[in-house]
Design a protein around this ligand. Structure first.
Ligand SMILES: [Zn+2]
Length: 411
């Protein structure tokens, strides 16, 4: 092979996240592609020792515009007060926002071992000061991180719907020009008029792009939909956004059905999905429930139904959400958090949620969440300071372990 070939040997190499790893195996890369993986130590390879190489980690849900925050927005409870805090922060944001936040967020994703992410966009990707930043996230760039950029839209006012749809169309067009993977994100049922929702779904289907939406996040949201009352109703009145004839006698079922029609529909949070809704979701192959474990814990929600959905055969992926609700953007720490809280599960149960499941939900071109011969080599390296990976791969998600991107070691 030519001079661009490189070889790495490691104690554990995972090619499929739900299968046990190869022990003492060797990877061969050339021109950024994975050429071969085989068992056995190769004397000519760089030996990384008692580490694990796993398919590159993928964060299915974040909002990088809050990445400049050192700690989550307070108070986190009740939820309506957290929303007010976030709105106030946006109004006070510095002039270079979100350029500095986007740069900090991308940096944090890469240094914590993430190679793919789903971003909620509230800014204009065509802005000249963002071009260099977002260009590193395109499908074919060699910086080892790819994003899918979901344009967020919301309004409860019928007269504002067409402007939101136009903004969504422009986003899809600009993303295509920039070579970025795009999607659409009607924000949540408490901010999106039903007509805007159906127009966004129609647009997403005509352009074949995925759609993501915050759904069944709080009991207040379900109360607003069902009865038109509660703290979110009050919040909308405080912001002078109360619509007539929108709330009452509703559930999130219409939204779930809309998302299920898309090439991929990502249900963000879903903290309070009912048993019937979970059962229905489990029969929809295009739907993925995105669970953000530490954000969920920070808000003090009741038990999350992700395990029930997995038992039913449904798709689950992990996200961090943003630094407005999470201490950092490390999807590896979300895996470690889950491993600590669910000791009856192991890496083969958990790793797919931040690799193959997240990759297929985001429909990422080069990030399948597996290490596949002939594809772009996008991998994450896991090290154990106490060498706990020396003899036992089941320690992969131990709390002390650290993850970073494994940049292809080519000349
Ligand atoms: Zn979110």
């Amino acid at each position: 092979m030519g001079s661009l070939e490189s070889r790495i040997t490691a104690k554990w190499i995972w090619t499929e996240p739900d299968q046990p790893p190869l022990e003492n195996a060797t990877l061969i890369m050339s021109d950024g592609l994975l050429v071969d993986i085989h068992k056995g130590v190769d004397a000519t390879a760089q030996n990384l020792g008692p580490v694990a190489i796993i398919p590159g980690l993928i964060n299915a849900h974040t909002h990088l515009e809050f990445s400049g925050q050192h700690e989550p927005t307070a108070p986190m409870r009740p939820f309506a007060n957290w929303i007010k805090g976030v709105v106030a922060q946006r109004r006070q944001a510095p002039a270079d926002y979100p350029q500095s936040a986007l740069a900090a967020g991308l940096d944090e994703l890469r240094t914590s071992g993430t190679i793919g992410f789903g971003e909620i966009v509230t800014y204009d990707l065509a802005r000249a000061d963002l071009a260099a930043l977002v260009s590193i996230c395109t499908d074919d760039h060699a910086t080892n991180i790819q994003g899918r950029f979901f344009r967020e839209v919301f309004t409860l006012k019928p007269e504002n719907i067409s402007a939101q749809v136009t903004m969504a169309q422009k986003h899809l067009q600009v993303s295509q020009e920039l070579g970025l993977a795009a999607g659409l994100s009607p924000h949540a049922p408490y901010t999106v008029h039903p007509q805007l929702f159906s127009e966004v779904i129609a647009l997403a289907n005509s352009e074949r792009v995925p759609v993501t939406m915050h759904l069944a996040e709080t009991q207040d949201e379900l109360q607003l939909l069902a009865e038109g009352t509660g703290s979110l109703a009050q919040l909308l009145q405080d912001f002078d956004q109360w619509p007539t004839g929108v709330f009452g006698n509703r559930t999130v079922r219409t939204e779930l059905e809309g998302l299920a029609q898309c090439v991929s529909g990502l249900v963000i949070h879903g903290n309070y999905l009912t048993p019937d809704e979970l059962k229905w979701i489990s029969g929809q192959p295009s739907l993925t429930l995105v669970y953000c474990p530490r954000t969920h814990a920070g808000f003090g929600h009741l038990d999350h139904p992700w395990r029930r959905l997995m038992e039913l055969g449904g798709q689950v992926a992990l996200g961090t959400d943003s630094r407005a609700s999470n201490p950092d953007l490390s999807i590896f720490r979300e895996l470690q958090f889950l491993q600590g809280a669910h000791p009856d599960l192991g890496p083969l149960d958990l790793l797919p949620l931040a690799t193959s499941k997240a990759g297929s939900a985001l429909v990422m071109k080069n990030s399948s969440g597996r290490l596949v011969r002939g594809e772009r080599f996008l991998a994450t390296l896991v090290r154990s300071p106490s060498h706990s990976l020396e003899g036992d791969w089941t320690n992969l998600l131990s709390a002390e372990n650290e993850a970073c991107q494994l940049i292809s070691l080519q000349a």
